[in-house]
Ligand binder design. Sequence first.
Ligand code: 0L1
Ligand code: MG
Length: 262
Amino acid sequence: MAEWTIDTAVDELLRRERERQDGGRITDQWPALDLGTAYRVQDALLARKVDAGERVVGVKLGLTSRAKQRRMGVDSPLTGWLTDAMVLPEGAPVPLAETIHPRVEPEIAFTMGERLAGPDVTPERALAAVASVHAGFEVIDSRYRDFSFALGDVVADNASSCRFVVSSTAVPPHGLDLAAEGCRLGIDGDPVDQATGTAVLGHPAAALALAANDLARRGLAIEAGWTVLTGGLTDAVLAEPGRTITVDFDTLGSLSLTTAVG
Ligand code: 0L1
Ligand code: MG
């Protein structure tokens, strides 16, 4: 790339997504891609998708667990956009033919009952704006080789967003202890990992508050009716062909996701 700008970064990330081709870190060639600039790339990328007919349906938190931050070499949580094109209906397989190197992670998802606008949103206020809580899976994919990126790269790449599933079982938030909510992840019937809601910044409502306060710095808010993916509870597992990935929550129910062979 002769010269990196917001527009050329968006062009390149959309090209990699369209052609299912990963590539090197943009920050290696454009060290000025700091956090503020990266969110401008992310918002410009979303604007291109909206121009092409996609609709914003929510936001996602990424890198909300310290373990995952350490592993990815990035030391802060981040946010990204969810659009209707990323929705996987319950029971639909991961569309491997449309992805590069997808991974799957279980998440606690919120459906918002009210608009939530920062700044100064507390976890308590955030949870009061939630209509229902759901078991979810996020399918992440990275437009960078081997998921290797710096913070600016991954923010520009819409936080590795790809697809997501939210269970139709809607649980009212009142009376739930989401920090203690446990989940068990399995592949083809074998247990592979487990976690509780504390993995997400101590409490999923803390992640929701963080998203609202982060968006407020960009003059944006979380809208009523949106889905919020609060962050991976366990490590993401590879969506290799022919797998059935399941998650069983204590009170939010179960969800399973298959990956088509081929
Ligand atoms: O794992 C990654 O690609 C980091 C980006 C955020 C993914 C997530 O936690 O949802
Ligand atoms: Mg995630």
